[in-house]
Design a protein around this ligand. Structure first.
Ligand SMILES: Nc1ncnc2c1ncn2[C@@H]1O[C@H](COP(=O)(O)OP(=O)(O)OP(=O)(O)O)[C@@H](O)[C@H]1O
Ligand SMILES: [Mg+2]
Length: 245
């Protein structure tokens, strides 16, 4: 059995509502409860609008729940100041987004160095570490390029190098292959799987496609803001239609 200190993410009855412009509230997440242990690779899957990104924003401490308890590494997010949250995000989490979110006017190397800016490291050490990460994703020859001089798959590899530069314990990836063709998508997913397997980095990945979720070892399926399946990735997607918790 995993030990309690191995718990990375603990969500207990998380609800999230957004105010509607016409007044009132729209509830998007309903009693979301799950735990993720260190070393897991979890896919959160669900149709468009089911609440995946909303859930991911809460996991990444980018947004707060309306009710329920969320603990990241055993610390209740609700009790933390915005500064403490920023430190947690910077030190523990590497973010990977569908649209890469690279700074277009900065070089590949500068982009990868970004998470190290707040660590108080000397410049030479930041450069050394960023180069090491670029090497890991096979882009060491491209450090002085601008992002728009790279292909989509290469941009996502830069984004992964950036996520890794901060030495995160957790990678949160929201549709990391959503903007890539299937070959490049496969490459990125294989790479994420390797990071999980070889370095033990915990990964939570959001997707709406079963073929992508298959790269993970556990699948949480969300429908209309509720978990309707949480378990090993099933062989057949139809299991998700029936739901099983
Ligand atoms: N900041 C916000 N303000 C108001 N409503 C929001 C906000 N963010 C999300 N929503 C609503 O919450 C619902 C779920 O959105 P969310 O982005 O979490 O879905 P998703 O599962 O990530 O979908 P997709 O696969 O299209 O990215 C949608 O109805 C959306 O309109
Ligand atoms: Mg989304």
């Amino acid at each position: 059995m995993p030990k309690s200190q191995d718990i990375v993410i603990s969500m207990d009855k998380i609800c999230k509502s957004f105010p509607l412009e016409i007044g009132g509230q729209q509830q998007v997440l309903f009693d979301i409860t799950f735990k993720v242990h260190a070393g897991e690779f979890v896919a959160i899957m669900g149709p468009s609008g089911s609440g995946k990104s909303t859930c991911m924003n809460i996991i990444g401490a980018l947004d707060t729940p309306t009710s329920g308890t969320y603990e990241l590494y055993g610390r209740n997010i609700a009790n933390m100041t915005p500064d403490e949250l920023a430190v947690i995000r910077n030190e523990y989490i590497g973010f990977v987004f569908q649209q890469f979110n690279l700074l277009s006017k900065r070089s590949v190397l500068d982009n990868v160095m970004l998470p190290l800016m707040y660590r108080g490291l000397p410049m030479s050490e930041r450069v050394r570490r960023a180069r090491e990460m670029l090497k890991r994703v096979g882009l060491e020859k491209f450090e002085s390029y601008l992002p728009n001089q790279l292909s989509g798959g290469m941009k996502q590899r830069v984004a992964i190098a950036r996520a890794l530069a901060g030495d995160p314990k957790l990678i949160l990836a929201d549709e990391p292959t959503g903007a890539l063709d299937s070959k490049m998508g496969h490459e990125i997913l294989t790479f994420l799987k390797q990071l999980n397997h070889d370095m033990g980095i915990t990964i939570v990945m959001i997707t709406h496609e079963f073929d992508i979720a298959k790269y993970a070892s556990r699948l949480i399926h969300i429908r209309d803001g509720r978990i309707n399946y949480d378990g090993p990735v099933p062989r057949d997607e139809r299991v998700l239609e029936r739901g099983q918790k």
